[in-house]
Write a new protein. Sequence first.
Length: 149
Amino acid sequence: MSKSVRPLRVREDAPSARCACGALRLTLHEPPQLTALCHCLACQRRTGAPFSANAFYAIGSVEVAGASTEFIRTAESGRKVRMYFCPACGSTLYWKAEASPSLIGVAVGAFADPAFAPPLLSVFEQSKHQWVRLDGTVEHFEGLPTGRS
Ligand SMILES: [Zn+2]
Ligand SMILES: [Zn+2]
């Protein structure tokens, strides 16, 4: 991309996400295609939090910098989810699901941006912690959204 004719107020850098120590970083060259919260038990274990906040990007729009370690989890569907975490600090930064090969999932917290796009979907609410309340703009699903995988 040319930097020569941009107005001064435009951010020169594309949004980026990084692990806790900063060694593993992503640059996102397009907006997310989907944002979702997931209350499944695997996400609870992965994040250490009651639910995960996830943003999904077209695979070609994500630039990865730094070393990562892969952890492969088999989903209930039998398909694999490949997660990538920083070998130095352990933060899982992004993942690729066999079920949706054109997308990369990114941990929303890794943007450290309170103004990040809110979630559109809330999935696997069958295992949602009871105290978690979400506002009315989110679409709720007990499991996965029908017609998605
Ligand atoms: Zn790190
Ligand atoms: Zn999940």
